[in-house]
Design a protein around this ligand. Structure first.
Ligand SMILES: [Zn+2]
Length: 141
């Protein structure tokens, strides 16, 4: 498996954890709240590179971040979840994840209170999200 694909799989796993934390298995359109939505697929039949969803009701596309506290957050889902699991503050995230200090501050500003982040932290606490191996691979246990 080449490293791009491995990276993509990690990011997909992390994105699916965000999706679970936000929607609890029932994805809905952030614009019209319809539950008639589906994942946009790539040509090879896997998930689209940007992990897009499409709403059948309003015909718009969206991601798990749209309409959430992460809407303008450019940090990868993988780094984001690792930051939640391992870092107590922005400085640690900056050191550990190799993101800029500004990005780390932005991230910690976002994950302090909001509901989706509280759900993610609870999932970590309950052991639903685990670290495995030296690459901080994460999954839903
Ligand atoms: Zn919609």
């Amino acid at each position: 498996m080449n490293s791009d694909i491995a990276e993509m799989n990690l990011e997909q796993g992390a994105t699916e954890i965000l999706e679970f934390a936000r929607w609890n298995g029932k994805p809905e359109c952030p614009r019209c709240e319809s539950e008639s939505v589906r994942q946009v697929k790539s040509k090879s039949g896997g998930r689209n590179k940007r992990f897009l969803w499409r709403c059948h009701s309003c015909k718009k596309q969206f991601t798990v971040r749209i309409g959430s506290e992460l809407e303008n957050c450019k940090i990868s889902a993988l780094k984001l979840i690792n930051a939640i699991i391992e870092c107590k503050n922005a400085f640690q995230a900056y050191k550990l994840l190799g993101i800029s200090y500004m990005s780390a501050l932005f991230l910690f500003d976002r994950i302090r209170e909001p509901r989706m982040m509280i759900t993610l932290k609870a999932m970590c606490k309950q052991g639903m999200i685990k670290k495995a191996g030296h690459r901080s691979f994460i999954n839903i246990a």
